[in-house]
Write a protein that binds this ligand. Structure first.
Ligand code: F6R
Length: 361
């Protein structure tokens, strides 16, 4: 049942304010400015002993894991990174007893992720899951974890589950942070930010007509570049994946700072750039990248907290706490991919060559 929407993708994008509300519900503890995660199965002493966190997932879940790693580093000050689960499996990784491993999966059935979890467990590692489907194989195999509560996701490409997974990581990062070095006031600041998300998501969704207009302006492109810096880079990766999956426009994502190390050679009027430009401490650096692109006559679509003078178009999103801004910046880009694909007449819910759940190697 699409509930009045033309596609499941549109329905699922539109459900995100409620979905985020669900992942937060019952977990916030205002008294101690922290969150409770019932199924985590990691006590305070164990949490303090974690020296490193390694996050494993595929596709969109891997991108959510990259943002999650950033959240964990900034809020809990634990070195963290994310890697595609299949790469991890095939490179015979060093499994370290002080590292906490986290497997991320919407379906909980992706073979590469499941196999990585099984290999880690066989070697004695502690593995948590950040999973959407309750009781799925990865959820069962993990030692504990956080359910994402996005609800059923039918469209082959992931949208609401991506957003909820990132919020679940914010909860985990806050929880670990408050056990370690995150102050009460920073805990409060993040909690207030989390509580604002559903209304801010609804606000972004109300700008859909404008996003559609912008998407139609770029729908003829052969190829598109996506750039972001630090927290913005995984947002660029995910937006570029979404666009290629459903529109079949070739797209690549680069860290903004890498442009001058090669990809700047591609910039010309026919190759538009989507730039993630939050109003944070990197704003001036990001503006400099926009200038480099403009100097080569590249068209620019900025996703920002206010109009960007160097950009041809800006999609303005509401501001939250800097750590949580990537969550909001991803949402207009889901709609951008959607309306681009729609303008090109694509079969959005069933992109060619893709399956919802990849249970083979
Ligand atoms: C992209 C997409 C895929 C999945 C990937 C992992 O829109 O849906 O990239 O994210 O196949 O699937 P899960 O999260 O079920 O492990």
């Amino acid at each position: 049942d699409m509930g009045g929407h033309d596609t499941y993708m549109h329905k699922e994008i539109s459900e995100q304010a409620d979905a985020v509300d669900r992942v937060l519900r019952g977990r916030i503890d205002d008294r101690f400015s922290t969150v409770h995660l019932g199924g985590l199965n990691l006590d305070a002493r164990e949490a303090r002993g974690v020296r490193r966190i390694k996050i494993l997932g595929c596709g969109t879940s891997y991108h959510a894991g990259l943002i999650g790693a950033g959240l964990i580093e900034s809020l809990a000050r634990i070195p963290a990174d994310a890697e595609p689960a299949s790469e991890f499996r095939y490179r015979n990784p060093v499994v370290d007893p002080d590292t906490l491993y986290i497997a991320v999966s919407q379906s909980g059935e992706t073979y590469d992720v499941l196999a990585a979890v099984q290999e880690l467990k066989r070697k004695g590692a502690r593995v948590l899951g950040v999973v959407n489907v309750v009781g799925s194989a990865i959820a069962r195999e993990a030692d504990g974890g956080v359910y994402v509560h996005a609800g059923p996701e039918v469209c082959v490409v992931s949208t609401k589950c991506f957003t909820n997974t990132v919020v679940a990581f914010a909860l985990l990062a806050l929880h670990l942070g408050r056990i370690r070095d995150l102050s009460v006031s920073d805990g409060k600041r993040i909690i207030e930010g989390l509580r604002k998300l559903p209304e801010q998501i609804a606000e972004i969704l109300r700008t859909e007509d404008r996003i559609k207009e912008v998407a139609e302006a770029y729908a003829g492109a052969q190829s598109m570049m996506f750039i972001g810096r630090v927290r913005g880079y995984p947002v660029a990766l995910e937006a570029s994946l979404k666009l290629k999956e459903i529109s079949y426009i070739h797209a690549e994502a680069y860290p903004a700072s890498e442009l001058k190390h090669g990809p700047l050679a591609l910039i010309e009027p026919a190759l538009p750039t989507v730039a993630i430009v939050p109003d944070d401490d990197l704003l001036e650096k990001n503006r400099a990248a926009l200038e480099e692109i403009k100097a080569r006559s590249g068209r620019i679509l900025a996703v920002a907290h206010r109009e960007q003078e160097k950009a041809d178009h800006t999609l303005v999103v509401p501001k939250n706490e800097p750590e949580l801004d990537p969550i909001l910046m991803g949402i207009p880009l889901q709609l951008l991919a959607y309306h681009t694909a729609l303008a090109m007449g694509r079969d959005i819910d069933k992109p060619r060559n893709l399956a919802k759940s990849v249970t083979v190697e």
